[in-house]
Every structure is written in structure tokens, then in C-alpha cells.
Design a protein around this ligand. Sequence first.
Ligand SMILES: C[S@@+](CC[C@H](N)C(=O)[O-])C[C@H]1O[C@@H](n2cnc3c(N)ncnc32)[C@H](O)[C@@H]1O
Length: 244
Amino acid sequence: MAEQITPPLDLKPLSDPPADLKSRMKASYDAIAPKYNEWTIPHSTTRLHYLDQLLGRLPTTASSPSAPVSVLELGCGCGVPVTQKLLSYPNFSVTANDLSSAQLALARASLLPDPPGPAHGRLTLLEGDMLALDFPPATFDAVVGMYSIIHLPRAEQVEMLHKIVAWLKPGGWMLANFAAEELAGSEVQNWLEEEKGWMFWSGWGSERTLEKAKEAGLEVVVQETVEDAVDAKFLWILARKSDS
Ligand SMILES: C[S@@+](CC[C@H](N)C(=O)[O-])C[C@H]1O[C@@H](n2cnc3c(N)ncnc32)[C@H](O)[C@@H]1O
């Protein structure tokens, strides 16, 4: 499967992330949110393909109408199409997090319209750094992070995996993508928009990411590398926390 979703990147190595990484990232997504969404939403085949694989493992209304399903989405962006699809199942409740207030405002406008639509009461929007989130152990049936955990420094990605495992119920699922190539840290000055689109990505590469997911307590069920563009390869992981 190949899907062109990332334009050519002029990546510059940046192994030490700046101290103000999170505020710079928030400012960038606040500025480029409309452009990013306009560019990326039409290219959602890969996201929806893996989301379907997750949904096939959860009690959806067709399989089990009354079982409540609780999902955490990290870096949900504007909520289209992934949060929206999760909410299309009436037994699903979604906690959707993002660093960017602009992205969350767009998510609120489309998913929580006035007058109230079918998602009202089942969607909680949480603004802030995903690493600073705090939930009781075993809160969620699934945690989803699409193109978002890659924005954390890679040491934080390991912390994030451990938090995800703690927040999952026994037998719960994680669906996320990571950099397939090792990337100690990289920045780009003008991603999608001149003067506005400073960006940072990092990753351990496929092999070490899989090791770290297993060390965190996940059993990896699907591991696939997808080339989004000539210079952007992602490892998609669907993994399960053990039952005990
Ligand atoms: C590439 S977009 C992906 C959005 C959406 N998941 C999608 O697939 O289109 C990355 C999103 O992650 C958010 N983000 C970046 N760093 C974050 C952090 N530390 N905590 C929470 N969200 C973050 C950004 O604001 C942005 O909306």
C-alpha cells in the first residue's frame, strides 16, 4: 500500500529538541491547521485502513450493540475522519486530545455542532501535551495515535508507550504509527506554509520501536511499513495489552 500524503521534506537533524518544543509545535499547528487538514483529509486511505483493522477487534454495534467502548485518541487533529468514524458507533465514547487549540476548535465545530448531534455526550476534547495527560489505570478499550506520537522526542515516545499500556484495560488495543527509519530528531522550517510551519519529528525506527512496544507490555498483532511518500515511511502497529 502506498499513499502520497507527505510532500518532500527538507529535514535537518536536530538530536536535542528545543526546550520550547511543545509551545512551538502548538503555534505551528495553530497556524497551519486549515492548510494541513485541506491537504491531508483527502488522503485518508491508510488511516481508515488501519482504523478498520482496530474496529474489527472491538465490539461495534453490529457485533455487540450494548457493550460500551471507550477510546482515547492522541493528537486527534481536526477529528476528520478518524474521531468522526469512531463516534459513528453509538456505543463508543471518545476522549480526543490535541496540543493545538485551532485543531480542537475545528473538531468541536464539526463533531459537536449546535444544535446537538449524535456525538453529544460521547466526545470529550482535551487540549494539551499528550505526555501530560493523566487517567486512572485501565480506563480505555483502545488508544489511537495517528501521525502524532512521532512529534514527541523519542525518549518521550517510550514514556508514552508505557502510559498507553497503563491506561489500557487488560486486552485493550493500541493503534499508532511511528517513523520506520531511525530519526534521533529532525526539524523542518517551513512545512506546508512559509514562515509558519516549523516542525519536529523523531523515531527509533521499526525494529527498536517494536522492541520498545513489547517491553512496555504490548503484544504486536499487526506491524506493517507503509511508504507515504518517497521520503516518509511509517511503521503501523496494532497491538494488544495482555489479558492479565
Ligand atoms: C500530523 S497531525 C495528525 C492529526 C490527525 N491524527 C491525523 O491523522 O490527521 C499531528 C497532530 O498532533 C498534534 N500534536 C503534536 N504534538 C502533540 C503533543 N505533544 N500532544 C498532543 N498533540 C500533539 C498536532 O497539534 C496535530 O494536530
